[in-house]
Design a protein. Structure first.
Length: 183
């Protein structure tokens, strides 16, 4: 069985949770990273949902591609489906990606389903910051998710001005010192 790639654009970048052979920076065209998913499991609750990332149509997204051994396909895909398809707000897709070194390939990723009740695209920075500052779920505070993602993007040399603006606004809303620096 051939090796395959998994494309991460949010917490998968810094917490993949599966074994992989290689990690490469990659770009996905036709989708952009967005805090557009209402989370009532991992980063929020039914009473106070949080926000997590999804891929929305349009633009492009820099992220991480993980090469997984073909022999590990079944357990890795089972893990990813359990993690990403909890409420079916994401759709599993095989997408074309471009690696930083110019190679092209395909990868499994999870895109937001705009028809799902948890999809809440189009939020402004202030509105998103208020939601993130107040939410916590099974995997911890929503702020940790946003700050960790911004920090890992910055560590990779990837700027996401919208996500950075939301993180900076969360600090203001929550009255916290800046959790990440914004050059």
């Amino acid at each position: 069985m051939d090796d395959f790639w998994v494309f991460g654009y949010g917490s998968l970048m810094w917490n993949p949770g599966f074994a992989f052979e290689e990690r490469q920076r990659a770009r996905l065209h036709g989708y952009r990273r967005s805090l557009c998913i209402s989370s009532n499991v991992y980063r929020g609750t039914e009473e106070k949902p949080g926000l997590v990332l999804g891929l929305e149509r349009g633009g492009s997204c820099l992220g991480v591609a993980f090469r997984v051994r073909g022999a590990d396909r079944d357990p890795v895909m089972a893990y990813l489906r359990e993690r990403e398809l909890v409420t079916n707000v994401y759709k599993e897709r095989v997408v074309a990606i471009a690696f930083a070194d110019g190679r092209r390939g395909s990868a499994v990723t999870y895109v937001a389903d705009p028809a799902h009740e948890q999809y809440i695209g189009g939020l402004g920075v202030a509105e998103a910051a208020v939601i993130v500052a107040a939410a916590s779920g099974r995997s911890g505070p929503n702020t940790d998710y946003v700050f960790n993602t911004v920090q890992h993007l910055q560590d990779m040399g990837i700027r996401d001005s919208l996500l950075e603006s939301i993180a900076a606004s969360v600090d203001t809303v929550a009255g916290q010192p800046a959790a990440v620096s914004f050059p």
